[in-house]
Write a protein that binds this ligand. Structure first.
Ligand SMILES: Nc1ncnc2c1ncn2[C@@H]1O[C@H](COP(=O)(O)OP(=O)(O)OP(=O)(O)O)[C@@H](O)[C@H]1O
Length: 250
C-alpha cells in the first residue's frame, strides 16, 4: 500500500488532567475523502487542532508526507500543504469577497511584507483569487462585502480562502454545520468538485453527507478511535450504534 499522506500515531492531548485525546492513531490515504465522526465531546475538534498545529499534542506523532509536524505551527503546516478551513472567522466582514481571497494569497507571497501594497501591485493576485472563487461558485459575488453574503455563501468563501493556498490536504471542520438542505447539497457538490487530486479530511455530524462524500470513516469516542472503515462498515457496527445512542447524539 502507498504511504499515507497523513499519519497520526498515539496522539494524546491533555487539558488540566483531562485526556481529550487518549492515543489516537489514524492513517489518511492520498486523494481520499476521509471523515472523522463521533458523538459530541469525542475529541474531533481537538484532533483537528492538533493536526493543523493550533493545539500542540501532549504526546504522539503526526506525520505529513513522512515528515513530523506535531510541533510545527499552523503557518508552517499550511506552507507544507495542509490547510484548515475555519468556520467564518477567517473572513474579514468589511472587505469584499475578492479582497478576502487576495489577502490570503498575499500572505503566501513576498507581498506579505507590504501590508498596504498598492492595488497595482496586488492586481497580479486577481486571477488566482478569482479562480478560487470560481471553484466555489462565488465569482459573481466578488465585489460584495463579505458581511453581506448569506451564511452558506460565507462558508463557501471560507472554503475559497483555504483553496487559494492550493492545499494537498484540506481539513474541513463541519463544512455543513448550521446549513439548510439547499446549502448542504451545494456544499456536498462543491466538495466533490474540488476533491480530485486532493486529500480531504472532514469533521462532519451529518451522516448523509458522510455517506455521500467519504471513502473512509474514523469514528471517535471519548478521545479514542472506536472504529474505522468505509461508511457501510461503520454504520452497521454495534459499537458505533451504541456510542451514538449513549453519546446524546441525534
Ligand atoms: N481548551 C480546552 N480546555 C479544556 N478542555 C477542552 C478544551 N478543548 C476541548 N476540551 C474538552 O475535550 C473534549 C473533546 O472536545 P472536542 O471539542 O474536541 O469534541 P468534539 O468531538 O469536537 O465535540 P463536538 O462534536 O461537540 O464539537 C470535551 O470534553 C471538551 O470539553
Amino acid at each position: 500500500m502507498a504511504e499515507p499522506i497523513l499519519q497520526a500515531r498515539d496522539v494524546a492531548k491533555v487539558y488540566a488532567g483531562f485526556r481529550a485525546l487518549d492515543g489516537v492513531s489514524i492513517e489518511v490515504a492520498e486523494n481520499a475523502v476521509h471523515a472523522i465522526i463521533g458523538p459530541n465531546g469525542a475529541g474531533k475538534t481537538t484532533f483537528f487542532n492538533v493536526l493543523s498545529g493550533f493545539a500542540p499534542a501532549t504526546a504522539g506523532s503526526v506525520r505529513f508526507r513522512g515528515t513530523e509536524i506535531a510541533n510545527l505551527d499552523p503557518a508552517a503546516i499550511a506552507r507544507m500543504g495542509m490547510v484548515r478551513s475555519f468556520q467564518i472567522n477567517s473572513v474579514f466582514p468589511h472587505l469584499t469577497v475578492l479582497d478576502n481571497v487576495k489577502i490570503a494569497l498575499q500572505a503566501r507571497t513576498e507581498l506579505s511584507r507590504r501590508l498596504l501594497a498598492s492595488p497595482r501591485v496586488t492586481a497580479v493576485l486577481d486571477d488566482p483569487a478569482r479562480a478560487a472563487l470560481d471553484a466555489v461558485g462565488l465569482d459573481a459575488e466578488r465585489e460584495l462585502l463579505a458581511v453581506n453574503l448569506p451564511y452558506g455563501h460565507k462558508r463557501s468563501l471560507e472554503l475559497a480562502i483555504a483553496l487559494s493556498q492550493d492545499p494537498a490536504v484540506l481539513l474541513l471542520d463541519e463544512p455543513t454545520a448550521g446549513m439548510g438542505v439547499e446549502d448542504i447539497e451545494r456544499t456536498v457538490g462543491l466538495v466533490k468538485r474540488i476533491a480530485p487530486g486532493r486529500t480531504i479530511v472532514l469533521v462532519e455530524h451529518n451522516l448523509r453527507v458522510v455517506a455521500d462524500l467519504c471513502d473512509r470513516v474514523t469514528v471517535m469516542q471519548r478521545g479514542r478511535v472506536l472504529v474505522e472503515g468505509t461508511y457501510d462498515d461503520v454504520r452497521n457496527d454495534e459499537r458505533v450504534v451504541t456510542a451514538y445512542l449513549g453519546g446524546g447524539h441525534h
